[in-house]
Design a protein around this ligand. Structure first.
Ligand code: DQA
Length: 148
């Protein structure tokens, strides 16, 4: 059986994790999160590829790539979560499952963060568990595609 390939995409400002509003997002850097996921992926028998961009178009191009080159996607769209119909349409355009992830509990913050325009086209959303949420998302997505 072919090893599953998972794309982990992080959107705007997530390159600043560890420096940015640490009381909300924690001390862990994106590099640490990505390294941990790649290692965990190996122990779970899958290949984890991580990318980050502050630009909507880059994220859209990478989401399109999932259709042909990956089995599933984990996406933290950052603030695009709350208003980017273009990202939502990109996720809807691929046939592979996507898990939405946020470090913070977006439902317990400012009212504009309570809406995700991405969540309806994802298999599920994980939020509020900090960096651990990425591991939970990896477990969830692998469970989803295990028979595929
Ligand atoms: C975030 C939540 C968003 O509201 C915010 O704009 C981010 C980070 C999170 O991971 O908690 O950039 O996606």
């Amino acid at each position: 059986m072919m090893r599953k390939r998972i794309l982990v995409l992080n959107g705007p400002n997530l390159n600043r994790l560890g420096k940015r509003e640490v009381h909300i997002y924690g001390q862990t850097t994106l590099a640490q999160i990505e390294e941990d996921l790649i290692q965990k992926g190996k122990t779970m028998g899958c290949e984890v590829v991580c990318r980050q961009s502050n630009h909507e178009g880059n994220l859209i191009d990478w989401i399109h790539e999932v259709h042909d080159n990956f089995d599933a996607m984990i996406l933290n769209p950052g603030a695009f979560t709350h208003y980017s119909y273009a990202l939502r349409d990109a996720v809807a355009s691929i046939t592979k499952p996507c898990v939405e992830i946020h470090l913070s509990n977006i439902h317990a913050r400012e009212s504009f963060r309570k809406t995700s325009v991405i969540a309806p086209v994802c298999i599920g959303q994980i939020c509020g568990f900090g960096a651990v949420g990425y591991t939970l998302a990896l477990q969830a997505v692998l469970e989803q595609i295990k028979e595929a």
